[in-house]
Design a protein around this ligand. Structure first.
Ligand code: PLP
Length: 392
């Protein structure tokens, strides 16, 4: 019999019915400390009262009008994002994948309008993940993602992660943009060193190429800055945001400089729900909270404390883990080959803690940015139990 929910996901047998802060509850009374936050989505945890307040206030006023009219909250959220970033302009989407599609279009249109229609090639890096539309899987290029899906969007060039020599050799007169995650998420929490990001910026400037940063997973306070690239002291031309920006409400955005967005005239971007009033209300409240210096200082403090404890966990279980890596609250525990990340995640379920597997045999920790100190300690105790159990 065909199941009612088609099996495109390998799901754990966990049936959560309620969430509060950093905790997830099942119908049968189970309590799980959530160190995955919906894969970096629930930036302020579950059932955050401020976000609920913003959402319900808007829900009582207006859910939807078409983008043919001014939409309440769009100007407000866009202005907040512009104020807090390199960007001059913001386009709203519903997801990271849509943001990727828009970023690709924007970069190509920019060169087209500049009289260089041949500049369509987008350089991406091995291990990257930009979504699952046909354009986004073409951007990734990974065999396991593209196989069987027929002719995909052409014009992508895939290079080894962080290989600057390969990059220099690949750039040519047809290159439109370089698209990169400052910290690969699905690829296994692989940060691009600051020097590499600076090198990318310089190379783009040298050749008139646009730099697109995919901050869908690493942005919105996760690294202790509003956007991860701020650590490297560079700015992109185009930035993709999603996940954390809606705190659990479906919302995405593309931020861009005026120059990079210059080709985006009427009719070049559209979306029935992109920028809807409910998403704007939630996103606006979230940016007020996460964008404050005090909040980001707390993220950094907690990240430092968690990192130190995780170094201790790794040192205590050298037969389970190789290293801890990542930035801020975007953390990867690289497992030894004999302990698969998937098995560790399962052992975590048994110990009442939610973690997320990634490529490169890495277990991801992406807790709510406002996780309490007590919950960090509880999380460590449960990770410790999982590390002990996974060896047995
Ligand atoms: N880009 C990155 C870096 C991601 O991690 C993801 C999702 O995991 C996406 C893009 C796609 O986002 P969405 O699932 O919202 O379409």
């Amino acid at each position: 019999m065909i199941p009612s929910v088609l099996p495109t996901y390998a799901r754990a047998k966990l049936n959560f019915s309620r969430g509060e802060g950093s905790w997830l509850m099942t119908e049968d009374g189970g309590r799980y400390l959530d160190l995955g936050a919906g894969i970096a989505v629930n930036a302020l945890g579950h059932a955050n009262p401020d976000l609920i307040g913003a959402l319900t206030a808007q829900a009582h006023k207006l859910w939807h009008v078409s983008n043919l009219y001014e939409i309440p909250g769009q100007e407000k959220l866009a202005a907040k994002l512009v104020d807090a970033s390199f960007a001059d302009t913001v386009f709203f989407t519903n997801s990271g994948t849509e943001a990727a599609e828009l970023a690709i279009k924007m970069a190509r249109k920019y060169h087209y309008d500049k009289g260089a229609p041949e500049r369509v090639e987008i350089i991406t890096f091995e291990g990257c993940f930009h979504g699952r539309s046909t354009g986004a899987i073409a951007a990734s290029g990974a065999e396991k993602m593209v196989k069987g899906f027929g002719p995909l969007m052409p014009g992508f060039v895939h290079l080894p992660f962080g290989d600057h020599d390969a990059l220099r050799a690949a750039v040519n007169a047809n290159t439109a943009a370089i698209m990169v995650e400052p910290i690969q998420g699905e690829g296994g929490i692989r940060p691009l060193p600051d020097q590499c990001l600076k090198g990318l910026r310089d190379l783009c400037d040298e050749h008139g190429i646009l730099l697109i940063l995919d901050e869908v997973q690493c942005g919105i306070g996760r690294t202790g800055k509003l956007f991860a690239h701020e650590w490297a002291g560079i700015t992109p031309d185009i930035l993709m945001s999603a996940k954390g920006i809606g705190g659990g409400f479906p919302l995405g955005a593309v931020l861009a400089t005026e120059e990079a967005a210059s080709g985006m005239t009427v009719g070049t971007h559209g979306s029935t729900y992109g920028g809807n009033p409910l998403g704007m209300a939630v996103g606006s409240k979230l940016i007020d909270i996460v964008g404050s210096d005090r909040f980001l200082a707390e993220v950094n403090r907690k990240a430092g404390a968690l990192r130190q404890k995780l170094e201790g966990l790794v040192a205590a279980h050298p037969d389970v883990f190789e290293t801890v890596r990542g930035v801020g609250l975007m953390i990867g525990l690289k497992c030894r080959p004999e302990v698969t990340a998937a098995n560790f995640v399962k052992a975590g379920y048994e110990a009442g803690v939610i973690t997320v597997p990634a490529a490169d045999n890495v277990v991801r920790l992406l807790p709510a940015l406002n996780i309490s100190d007590g919950d960090i300690d509880e999380g460590l105790a449960r990770l410790e139990m999982a590390a002990t159990a996974v060896k047995e």
